[in-house]
Design a protein around this ligand. Sequence first.
Ligand SMILES: Cc1cc2nc3c(=O)[nH]c(=O)nc-3n(C[C@H](O)[C@H](O)[C@H](O)COP(=O)(O)O)c2cc1C
Length: 233
Amino acid sequence: MKILGISGSQRNDDSSGTHTLVKTVLENSGCEYELISLRGKNISGCTACLGCVKDNVCKIRDDMEPMRDSILAADAYVIGAPNFFSTLNATTHAFLERWYQFRHQAADALWGKLAVSVGVGGDDGVLAAEPIEMFMMYSFIETVARVTGQGAACCFSCGYGETCDVGAIKMMFGPDFKITPENTPSVTKQPEIMQAAADAGKLLGQRLTTGHDRAAVTQSVQKKMMDLFASST
Ligand SMILES: Cc1cc2nc3c(=O)[nH]c(=O)nc-3n(C[C@H](O)[C@H](O)[C@H](O)COP(=O)(O)O)c2cc1C
């Protein structure tokens, strides 16, 4: 069983909460894994050219191309993104839009696989994780766990955090807040979040290695999706 981890943060891997949590989930899964960081990668969003509809192969030539085989080979995914403006960041959104290439005709290559969603925000990562789960649902992939946490908003490192009137520091912590290394948030300082990531990894590993029935998962996610659409119309 092989898991593909994707860290959608553009921050360097050591300072990214997203990267840290995705890696922690993978390390605790007990499965073989590959971790790809989207940092510095050139990935366009889907252009709706429909070049993939006949053969399920995207025709855009960029850094997404070499990742296609890893996506297809994986039995499960751990996908993480930072919260930008109360949703997932554009890099991860573009990456997931390109999964449109797997959705045509009788293409069932991703159906019934499993996933863990990860979201990190200066405040909270829930609004980044939720849309990842919707992307998974479109490919009939079941998200078995969600891991979210607070990372360091850029205001902690931009140099103007304590004086800026529009940034997060004054808004979240008040006008007298002084930034120190000790009070700069990091997922690694929050044992309950690190534990949640470890638990999600263990659960994903267990689900994959104890009779994972892709047809049954496909059916249940298809039903969930149809119920969701029925309730929204
Ligand atoms: C353009 C931009 C928009 C952001 N918007 C939000 C936001 O709406 N809510 C939030 O909680 N954090 C927001 N943040 C803060 C990031 O989510 C935070 O820095 C997080 O730690 C990034 O994850 P990373 O460390 O994995 O890169 C924003 C950051 C940037 C650069």
